[in-house]
Ligand binder design. Sequence first.
Ligand SMILES: [Zn+2]
Length: 105
Amino acid sequence: MTAPDNPEWVLREGRAEGIGGVVCLGCAETSGWADYDPRPAGAWAIEHTRRNGPAHGRFVVTAHKAWRVDRAASGGGPVAVAEVAAQVLAGCALVLALAVAVVAR
Ligand SMILES: [Zn+2]
């Protein structure tokens, strides 16, 4: 997407896998944020519950999609904001489904 007031800058997607992590609802401890691969955060959640008990068995899972702004002449195609937003929602749904599966075990 080209900014209307500054046509030499474009908005692009960042890393395809995004960034994510989980936060315990019992104590707010976090798995930390990293390039999103749900397996380490899932393992962290299981270990956190094992160490701290069932009161620490519910988590909020967050996945962030990276954007970046570059000069239009730097190559690559710009993406539409609506397209990126749809991908973020699809990614969040996947992450939430994985979290529910981990917590439901
Ligand atoms: Zn906790």
